[in-house]
Ligand binder design. Structure first.
Ligand code: UDP
Ligand code: MN
Length: 446
């Protein structure tokens, strides 16, 4: 009886004590985060519901890549650069003009005397008060025909005499608003590259952009690493010119609308809203593969791509997590503008599905500052300026990257890639294809 009474007595006061404790915790938390106790309470409830959402819909080792959905997929914003960013870009215009002047002065200062003379002559030939190129070129029509048939590079070259050696174009009649580097990872896909150039150059020229095409190839036999080739492209492009905007472009994605502007904006952008191979839909809402853009600063701030994704899959999900973790939003063109055709192909040899990818994606945020652009080690084995592109070939030492740049937890996870040749088993890919073929078209962004 006494015991019961004591228990009852405790029960009577426990709620008051508990409430008091909770309030104390809230006050401590809010002091720590410089918030009111109510903001802190809101954050806690938000975090716990996100945790629940992740638990339900998050990544799991057995979930195939195409079924991976991120709980925060709603953070992709559909917008149309042509309408939305008008005002911001006006404001940016003057700043850019100042920056461009400064860059030009710096460059001239450091060039040799003879080169300066040439520059001077060129400047005299050009009109001195060139205006900025229009934001929306009058030549843009919307839907355009795509050419997916194999084409000879010489045919493409003869179509674009205005493109200078190395794959550079600059409008003569106006000053482009930014300098664009198009980075295309490409190994054993030369035919695709020619098809892409046959379509893409026409669009870029019409949009009056100042651009250079960089093709980044990786030496065989090392397993392909798309994410790391993005880092290589970024770093190597900046060694060759002062680019403001980077568009990372799969070799088999062909734009079908010339109003899909190849420009950078205040947030990273995913260009695809629908792809022919998925009936002009996307495999899942948070998909961030294919074609994406970053300003120079955006890409540096997110520490670029991870270097750890050897083989197919996962690196695009990791990239997306990095962007959101640094506080950026994601933009995507509306359905009509972000329509892409794709060139059909088999999975490449040397790019088998990466069995570690699901676990790796889970540590994306924790790894972000530890590895990426700041730990990209590679050797340039050749650098050639072709008529329509600059080709940079690199050797990547997988063992070195994993053993010397992966954080300890991820390193042990990845030992399997180094030790077990069966880790890249075709079987994994077959199983995935089977399970994704029935469900992969369910998500569509409107
Ligand atoms: N890629 C390449 N050679 C390879 C594997 C991939 O050039 O052996 C490049 C190419 O740009 C390709 C991109 O990486 O478009 C993505 O690979 P893949 O096309 O296999 O991916 P998916 O079709 O599944 O998106
Ligand atoms: Mn592909």
């Amino acid at each position: 009886m006494t015991g019961f009474r004591r228990y009852g007595c405790f029960g009577k006061y426990s709620s008051i004590v508990l409430a008091g404790l909770c309030f104390l915790i809230l006050v401590l938390l809010s002091l720590h985060a410089s918030q009111t106790p109510w903001q802190a309470a809101h954050r806690i409830s938000g975090a716990s519901s996100r945790l629940l959402a992740r638990h339900k819909g998050g990544l799991g080792e057995t979930v195939p890549r195409d079924l991976v959905t991120q709980p925060n997929s709603a953070e992709i914003f559909i917008d149309d650069t042509l309408d939305v960013e008008e005002e911001e870009e006006e404001a940016e215009g003057e700043e850019k003009q100042q920056q461009q002047k400064q860059q030009q002065q710096d460059k001239q200062h450091h060039q040799q005397q003879e080169h300066q003379k040439q520059q001077h002559e060129k400047q005299q030939q050009q009109p001195s008060n060139k205006t900025f190129c229009p934001k929306k070129s009058k030549q843009l029509v919307g839907t355009i025909q795509t050419y997916l048939d194999p084409v000879n590079i010489s045919t493409v070259e003869s179509k674009y005499p205005e493109v200078r050696k190395g794959g550079n174009f600059r409008p003569k009649e106006c000053t482009a608003r930014e300098r664009l580097a198009v980075i295309i990872p490409c190994r054993n896909r030369t035919q695709h590259l020619h098809i892409l150039l046959n379509n893409l150059l026409r669009l870029l020229i019409k949009q009056r952009l100042d651009f250079t095409i960089f093709v980044i190839d990786q030496d065989l036999p090392t397993t392909f690493n798309r994410g790391m080739l993005f880092n290589v492209g970024y770093l190597e492009a900046l060694k060759r010119g002062s680019y403001d905007c980077f568009i990372f472009h799969d070799v088999d994605m062909i734009p079908t609308n010339d109003k899909c502007l190849y420009r950078c904006t205040h947030n990273p952008r995913h260009f695809l809203s629908g792809v022919s191979k998925w009936k002009y839909r996307l495999p899942y809402k948070s998909y961030f593969g294919g074609v994406v853009s970053f300003t120079r600063d955006q890409y540096r701030k997110i520490n670029g791509d991870s270097n750890l994704y050897f083989g197919w899959g996962g690196e695009d999900d990791d990239l997306r997590a990095r962007i959101l973790h640094k506080g950026y939003s994601l933009l995507r063109y509306p359905q009509s503008i972000g329509r892409y055709d794709t060139i059909s192909h088999q999975r490449d040899s040397g790019n088998k599905a990466n069995p570690a990818r699901f676990k790796l994606v889970k540590s994306a945020k924790a790894r972000q500052d530890l590895e990426g652009l700041n730990t990209a080690r590679y050797t340039v084995t050749s650098s050639v300026t072709r008529r329509l592109y600059t080709k940079i070939q690199v050797y990547i030492n997988m063992t070195e990257i994993i053993q010397q740049t992966a954080p300890a937890d991820d390193r042990s996870l990845m030992q399997v890639l180094l030790k077990d040749p069966k880790a890249f088993d075709e079987e994994v890919v077959h199983q995935e294809r089977k399970s994704t073929s029935t469900t992969s078209t369910s998500a569509q962004i409107k």
